[in-house]
Design a protein. Structure first.
Length: 707
């Protein structure tokens, strides 16, 4: 009966919150409630719901773990070594179909799906994700899956916030805000870390520090943490046995080395994780719904075998690499000096996590990254102690710093890492080496990951490119040549400032490109230049050449550049317009792009994205299960090169949409007159059975089996 309590609590709380939300929605429909009241009340509700959800989620995990590793072995009259293989296999066998048939969004670590919902879907997340994510993740983690709890509870909290916003018919902006509130509440409740929850929501989920978001996110995080503390108690996740301080200035050099090591571990983790995903995704013999069971089976075999290879890693009941691995982390923080053990555990944990998530299991990457960071830091600390015994550097201090550094390197979230480590341990005395190590880890890993994080890379692989975390930079898909003003008013270089003043008055423009006597672009002159000349009492015969910005000192745009790139260039210099010149002849003026043109470009991009989403939805309604996203890279000899989309359209499959083309670091939305070029990376949405026809159309050949 005791094991039924979590399920009963979940049903009761869900029912109460659902009724409260619907009643609040009905009240808002009848009464004109001030917007500030709605914001505060909904933030509180999300915080309460997320706090309760975190408690229920943790109980579900504990219940599944108890059944898997205590009740079943007792039922079978003693410990069963093979349970470490059987349990995760059964967990994957149940979780896999739940995810596949009811909520594909629940697959993986959850945070990228929340970021995608904010960026592309107005914050809308299906309510069923709350239930499926909770059940699938509790099955995965409780049966030994090598993943953490934070990713699932972030997605659960975000889905709760989104569901509440949808029930109340709130605007997209407020729904996004509630999604961030739920994510912050999830971190705050899971780790008793409200400040870190707020920073995580702003730094990772939203990607921006906005005053409009901070208040509500703080309110939800504090509320969720308070609910957790009131019902469960307030404890630090990791206990620090002794205060860690810097005893020698030479230690900063060792912490810098730790930063480099943490970056390498983080990069290896990210790269191997998505390599594992690709291996399972390209495996056509095993149904996707069954793949989590295969991942659990392989992980269990690894856990069953490694004590024979490494006797120091023998365990009594649950392997060190199962679950979040808080036990080994605590041991590392307690200065356990086993160098070989620490290094082996990094590799084993990485393998176990990759098998769990790569196969389609459900769980977070925060705990595994903390685990690997603690082991890497402990190993560095042990080496420092052995090589430099005169420097009192406890390995536990390096383990503590390594935890934050590996997570920061993987997630590209330095502020979150620093703040969260403080709240997880309650130790604020090692801030200087922590900040140094985290910054080095982030800078190095950012270069090695091409600016991506473990979260954004998952979206980038789907063709979703986030700008500043929250919004997709849809202006990357519109070229300057599509929206620039081609009929440009210009002035000659020898025009006097008196004549220039008359032109400004007549046209009401604020700037003109300046042409020389041969019609070449000489520079640009603005009304500010004219006003400066008047203020300085320059002679009336002064020419434009004396006050204008010459060609070599001014910024220009090119017709084939994305508007988003040009907008960044304008914003950096505070400019309102920019001449557009030919790449073949940089002195030839072909147009002018103004801020009004950029607004028009934004509208064009919105229309294109809406059309793509509409076409994709139409195909999904027909048969989503038989469709998939693929990416095709064109080479010089391929069939489509040099032809337009309109040319190849008759040869394309009926159920196919070309989503985007990545070309020279930019994204182009294909339309009828788009010409395909060598090196184009084409993302397409196509019926699986018609992939060969699409490859034949684009490349003139059948796809390789590994593709």
């Amino acid at each position: 009966m005791a094991q039924q309590e979590p399920l009963q609590s979940a049903l009761t709380c869900s029912s109460v919150l659902a009724r409260a939300a619907f009643r609040l929605g009905a009240l808002l429909d009848r009464v004109q409630v001030p917007g500030e009241v709605v914001v505060v009340v909904t933030s509180l509700l999300v915080g309460i719901g997320t706090g309760l959800g975190a408690i229920i989620f943790n109980r579900l995990i504990d219940a599944v773990s108890w059944v898997s590793f205590e009740w079943l072995p007792r039922l079978l009259a003693g410990p069963v070594p093979w349970m470490v293989v059987i349990a995760p296999t059964i967990g994957g066998l149940i979780a896999g179909p739940l995810i596949f048939y009811f909520a594909r969004e629940a697959k993986g670590h959850g945070v990228p799906e929340v970021m995608e919902a904010i960026a592309l879907k107005g914050g809308r997340i299906r309510p069923i994700v709350v239930v499926i994510k909770a059940v699938a993740s509790s099955l995965t983690i409780g049966t030994g899956g090598s993943v953490g709890r934070e990713g699932p509870i972030v997605q659960i909290g975000a889905a709760l916030g989104s569901t509440l916003g949808q029930i109340l018919h709130l605007s997209e902006e407020r729904i996004r805000n509630l999604v961030a509130c739920g994510a912050a509440g999830g971190i705050a409740a899971t780790f008793n870390a409200p400040v870190a929850g707020v920073i995580f929501a702003l730094e990772v989920i939203l990607g921006e520090l906005s005053i409009g978001h901070v208040g509500t996110v703080v309110l939800s995080a504090v509320t969720a943490s308070t609910v957790m503390q009131a019902l469960v108690g307030a404890e630090y996740t990791f206990a620090i046995p002794e205060p860690y301080t810097i005893e020698s200035i030479w230690e900063f050099g060792f912490y810098a080395i730790l930063g480099l090591a943490a970056a390498l571990v983080a990069v290896a983790f990210v790269r191997t994780l998505y390599w594992a995903e690709d291996v399972f995704a390209n495996q056509k013999l095993i149904p996707e719904a069954v793949q989590p069971a295969i991942g659990g089976l392989l992980m269990g075999l690894v856990a069953l075998s490694y004590p024979f290879l490494f006797p120091a890693l023998r365990y009594e009941n649950i392997p060190q690499v199962f679950g979040g691995g808080y036990g080994p982390i605590t041991a590392a923080l307690s200065n356990h000096e086993l160098l070989g053990t620490a290094l082996v555990l990094i590799v084993l944990k990485m393998i176990a996590t990759n098998l769990t998530l790569g196969s389609g299991g459900s769980g977070g990457i925060f705990a595994p990254s903390l685990f690997m960071g603690a082991m890497a830091g402990s190993a560095i600390g042990i080496v420092v102690n052995r090589l430099f015994p005169g420097i009192p550097a406890p390995p536990g201090a390096y383990a503590l710093v390594g935890m934050g550094a590996v997570f920061a390197g993987a997630a590209q979230a330095p502020i979150t890492a620093v703040i969260m480590l403080f709240e997880l341990t309650g130790d604020y005395r090692i801030i200087l080496p922590l900040m140094l190590t985290v910054v080095i880890a982030v800078l190095v890993s950012r270069q090695l990951l091409d600016g991506e994080s473990i979260y954004t890379l998952k979206l980038t692989r789907r063709g979703i490119h986030l700008q500043s975390g929250r919004d997709v930079d849809i202006l990357q898909g519109v070229l300057v040549g599509e929206v620039m003003t081609r009929d440009v008013d210009t002035v000659p270089v020898d025009m006097t400032i008196v004549e220039l003043s008359e032109v400004f008055s007549r046209t009401r423009h604020h700037g003109f490109p300046v042409l020389d006597k041969d019609g070449k672009l000489w520079g640009i002159v603005t009304i500010t230049d004219l006003e400066r000349a008047v203020d300085q009492n320059m002679p009336r015969r002064t020419t434009v050449a004396e006050i204008a910005t010459p060609r070599e000192q001014m910024l220009v745009a090119y017709p084939d550049e994305p508007v988003g790139v040009v907008l960044a260039r304008l914003s950096t210099r505070g400019l309102g317009r920019m001449p557009v010149v030919s790449r073949e002849d940089p002195d030839k003026l072909v147009g002018l792009i103004r801020r009004s043109d950029i607004i028009r470009a934004y509208n064009v991009a919105l229309a294109r994205r809406a059309e793509i989403q509409h076409r994709a939805r139409r195909m999904q309604l027909r048969n989503l299960d038989g469709l998939e996203f693929i990416e095709v890279t064109l080479s010089e000899s391929d069939k489509a090169v040099g032809r337009t989309l309109q040319d190849i359209a008759p040869e394309m499959p009926a159920d196919c949409v070309l989503i985007s083309i990545r070309r020279d670091g930019t994204v182009v939305v294909p339309h009828g007159n788009t010409v395909f070029q060598p090196g184009d990376h084409i993302t397409a949405f196509v019926r699986t059975s018609e992939k060969p026809q699409l490859y034949q159309c684009l490349k003139g050949e059948q796809p390789d089996t590994e593709q």
